[in-house]
Design a protein around this ligand. Structure first.
Ligand SMILES: [Cu+2]
Length: 405
């Protein structure tokens, strides 16, 4: 172990002690939460399912997120809307409308079972002080009668390691993370949204819990997300695809191809490892200080493409779908029929929804709870997901404030 890691570990230990004691009265994990370390921002209050979280740099508040959230059985924790401030003296910029896990599809290698865990309408698991950890709190959903009495969501600030470092200084990134857990039979699905100090949003699905049988039945956990991007409000958002191309035959000039998604119409697209496929959502009316239009990029983080070739309802499985926003339409399997193939709607200067499938391949290990033909232990969490990262939103590197502490 190196010395700096040991020192950090010791100081973290010292912080946890007084922090836990400072919580005071009330339900465990609900009270005041100490900052992670001196100079870190205070965890924002949750008032009526709305959280405002500031982030600091150089001793001053600099950027902020306002997040509205809700819970429901099936989808678990979802986002009702999210707004960002790149500077505290500016207005809120809306980034998200409704964002949620639309489905968690789990096909086993043998061909069955094939679970649709969101459609099975599982409830959220209760969250405790142990879930919240020393720098988080559990929060109740005031609008959901089922969770009024029991907290099901954790709100915390996390230190996410170095976010930049140069010859003048270094910054450890921070994020507001909200997570809740679906109690899906033998599995627990952690649905997690992180709103980072630099405007990035991270969507994650974590599979944990217990295996179904002592057999090593391999399977996939597909997180299918529905994200209403409302950059600058509803409408006026255009979707592009971005692909990298390396020509063959000794030509060393690579290029990146930006084009309007699917010729400007609703439809699907698949991820290509060699092309680093990404989607871009641009609002031409929002400009940064360099007069460049602002976008958000959907950046996949994946081990592979989940392909199951099922018929019927499974025929929707593609890595990306882009549709217009149909406010009450949340089911991915309806997409092929819903989109009129003859005349799909425009996704240029429109109110758009992105659908993205990110999968985790689970090949059960002894460490996942298998011992001599018996089930034992729990499955350590396995993550899948993606990021929405700003592009030409800021005028310069956000929170770049070289300072001496
Ligand atoms: Cu699994």
């Amino acid at each position: 172990m190196n010395l700096s890691r040991l020192t950090f570990g010791l100081s973290l230990l010292l912080l946890i002690g007084p922090g836990a004691a400072a919580r005071g009265q009330g339900e465990p994990g609900e009270g005041n939460v100490p900052p992670i370390a001196p100079g870190y921002p205070k965890l924002g209050e949750n008032q009526g399912n709305e959280i405002i979280q500031h982030f600091t740099s150089g001793g001053k508040d600099q950027t902020a997120w306002k997040v509205q959230w809700g819970t429901r059985s099936g989808n678990g924790l979802f986002i009702k809307g999210a707004w960002y401030k790149r500077a505290l003296n500016e207005d809120w910029l809306q980034v998200l409308g409704d964002a949620r896990l639309a489905e968690s599809f789990v096909p086993y290698n043998k061909g069955n079972p094939r679970y649709w865990d969101v459609k099975l309408n599982f409830p959220l698991a209760v969250a405790s002080a142990a879930d919240a950890g020393p720098f988080g709190r559990v929060v109740k959903d005031a609008s959901n009668p089922n969770s009024k009495n029991s907290p099901t969501v954790v709100q915390e600030i996390r230190d996410r390691g170095p976010s930049w470092k140069d010859n003048l200084g270094v910054r450890r990134g921070q994020e507001l993370t909200l997570w809740g857990t679906l109690a899906a039979g033998n599995y627990r699905y952690i649905i997690q949204y992180s709103f980072c100090d630099d405007g990035t949003i991270c969507f994650r699905l974590g599979a944990t819990g217990h295996l179904l049988t002592p057999a090593r039945d391999g399977h996939m956990h597909l997180g299918i997300w529905r994200v209403h991007v409302a950059l600058g409000g509803k409408g006026n958002n255009s979707v592009y695809s971005m692909e990298h191309e390396e020509p063959a035959g000794g030509n060393l000039k690579a290029r990146t191809i930006h084009q309007v998604f699917n010729k400007g119409k609703e439809g699907w697209m698949d991820w290509d490892a060699k092309k680093f496929t990404m989607l871009r959502i641009k609002n031409e009316d929002i400009k940064n200080g360099q007069n460049l239009p602002t976008s958000y990029d959907l950046m996949p983080l994946r081990h592979g493409n989940s392909r199951h070739y099922g018929q019927g309802e499974e025929a929707f499985l593609h890595d990306f779908w882009v549709t217009i926003n149909r406010p009450n339409q949340f089911r991915p399997e309806e997409l092929p029929k819903l989109i009129n193939v003859e005349e799909p709607a425009s996704v240029v200067n429109a109110d758009v929804v992105l659908w993205h499938c990110a999968a985790a391949h689970h090949n059960p290990r002894t460490e996942d709870g298998l011992m001599n033909g018996r089930l034992s232990g729990a499955i350590p969490v396995m993550w899948s997901g993606f990021d929405l990262r700003p592009f030409d939103l800021h005028d310069r590197t956000p929170l770049y404030h070289p300072y001496k502490n």
